[in-house]
Write a protein that binds this ligand. Structure first.
Ligand code: XMP
Length: 509
């Protein structure tokens, strides 16, 4: 399989670079700059991209690489720090731009080069740097300039080495997509034939061989990742796969049944549903503090699973729905931010198993969705909005009771229905109802009511690290509000949450 290496020097956008390459149907993988050169040579990459990074090449502590990488005969594209590093390794001079460092959109003038085929002579590119290449190394020439950066793009075309000071992977670079395509197809001579169908077929073949005759266990949550992982493995090994679905009673309206029906009936999978709602509710009785709720649910989930696992006995393989961003964020990558969440993170400690298989660990979220569709998983499930592990428990402020759960389920179902009816389910990334702990006075018919206040929340976001509240049309909100107050008992007021993240979070607890 043809593949591109994204060599990670700690830049902010390495995942984006890999994404952009894959959008051209060329498989890309991110590896640390600590990867030994022999491994890189042996892997047979069609091209290498050096990422950006926060450092200066002259800082001895900054990430460097063996100069030999430029002589493997494999094309290299250096981006930002990667460009400086390439120039520096080849004997060029790097300097600090000081007060005229560029940040943001700038105009670049290019000369003829395979990297710039089909791109206008002047175009906008996106810069974020302090250092720059002051003197290009022998054998290199300048192929692009900006007002303050005399070597905004450099190349040794004979050796197929390219460097750009700007970031072609960010959308603010007007022709960034075309530049990357030029690198992949004109310079690296990639075919661009990587498809989800290939991925699914190759994975099924691989697991058919590797897992034949083994007992494989998967914790199914109904979420996109675990569903796709389970269906993929089921296609490979059929009844060798056992799925355990713990229904903690904190799911949305009808959700548990839909998950069970989909996997049992549509895919004929061996699925054990554990209805543990009562257990979770009794553990949560009287608990109002958000972190306590989360902790109790996490612990109880593991306990339920452990009991189930004991019944199953020894399994050979545990399946995890880990996806690529989880892999990179949990320490493989060089970037500073590390996120620590996984719904089933505690499971390995309570299951008697030999090995873990992560069939989606090379895929990004949208690729997981594409694989899901390829496997015949229903659209609604593949495009399911994120739903937190602790479920509705963190959308009911204060104590959780069965009555409150029922009330919230109805409100939430109505709101979701209205969003879908208005065709907004892909436009807004997450949308749900929250049951607040306050009651307010209302009037219905001629009578006074004193019911709950329900809050609706809808957010737009790329990564859920930051989010803005969705500007939903008033008539959609009006209809949802009318229906909720008319159809759901005990609700006398509906409000819309207009707080972004930060300072708020997406969930209320
Ligand atoms: P916050 O509330 O942190 O939410 O702004 C960001 C995103 O994460 C989801 N979320 C969770 N997902 N387990 C999960 O799997 C959790 O405990 C959890 N808490 C929040 C939230 O729904 C949103 O998509």
């Amino acid at each position: 399989m043809e593949k591109i290496l994204v060599l990670d020097f700690g830049g902010q956008y390495n995942q984006l670079i890999a994404r952009r390459v894959r959008e051209h149907r060329v498989y890309a993988e991110i590896r640390s700059y600590r990867t030994p050169i022999d491994e890189i040579r042996a892997a047979g990459y069609r091209g290498i991209i050096f990422t950006g990074g926060p450092n200066s090449v002259y800082d001895p502590a900054s990430p460097h690489y063996d100069r030999e990488i430029l002589s493997l005969g494999v094309p290299v594209l250096g981006i930002c720090y990667g460009c400086q590093l390439m120039a520096w390794l080849e004997g060029g001079e790097i300097a600090s731009a000081g007060s005229i460092s560029e940040y943001g959109k700038v105009e670049m003038c290019r000369v003829e080069s395979p990297l710039f085929t089909g791109i206008p002579e002047k175009s906008v590119c996106w810069m974020s740097h302090t250092d720059y290449v002051k003197t290009v190394p022998a054998g290199f020439s300048v192929i692009g300039t900006t007002e303050h950066c005399p070597a905004a793009a450099i190349a040794d075309e004979e050796r197929r080495l390219y460097g750009v000071q700007f970031h072609p992977e960010v959308m603010h670079t007007e022709f960034g997509r075309e530049m990357l395509a030029n690198f992949l197809f004109r310079v690296c001579r990639c075919a661009g034939d990587w498809t989800m169908e290939d991925f699914v077929r190759a994975s099924v073949e691989k697991y058919k061989k590797e897992l034949a005759g083994k007992k494989v266990l998967c914790a199914l949550s109904g979420g996109v990742d675990s569903s796709v992982a389970a269906v993929l493995l089921h296609r490979a090994i059929g009844d060798g796969l056992v799925c355990v679905f713990v229904d903690h009673g904190l799911l949305r309206k009808d959700e548990g049944d839909i998950v069970e029906r989909t996997f049992r009936e549509k895919f004929d999978m061996n699925i054990i549903r554990v209805n543990a709602g009562d257990r979770f509710l009794s553990k949560l009785a009287g608990v109002t503090e958000p972190e306590r709720k989360r902790k109790i649910i996490g612990e109880e989930f593991i306990r339920v699973f452990e009991e189930e696992a004991k019944k199953i006995g020894h399994v050979h393989v545990l399946v995890q729905g880990t996806i690529y961003p989880d892999v990179v964020e949990s320490g493989v990558g060089e970037a500073a931010t590390i996120k620590s969440h996984h719904n089933v993170g505690g499971l390995p400690s309570v299951i008697d198993f030999d090995e873990i298989v992560e069939p989606l660990r090379t895929l990004f979220k949208d690729e997981v969705r594409a694989a899901g569709l390829e496997l015949g998983i229903p659209y609604e499930l593949v495009w399911r909005q994120p739903f937190p592990g602790p479920g509705l428990a963190i959308r009911i402020l204060g104590e959780i009771t069965r009555e409150k759960l029922d009330t919230l389920r109805e409100c939430d179902a109505i709101f979701r229905e209205e969003i879908v009816d208005a065709g907004l389910e892909r436009a807004t990334k997450q949308y749900f109802a929250v049951l607040t702990d306050s009651r307010t006075v209302g009037v219905m018919g001629d009578a006074r009511t004193y019911g709950y206040t329900v809050a609706l929340r809808a957010v737009d976001t790329d990564d859920f690290m930051t989010a803005d509240w969705s500007r939903l049309p008033y008539d959609v909100l009006a209809k949802a509000s009318n229906r909720i107050t008319n159809e759901v008992k005990n609700v006398s007021r509906v409000v819309y949450d207009i707080t972004s993240k930060p300072p708020a979070t997406v969930e209320w607890e």
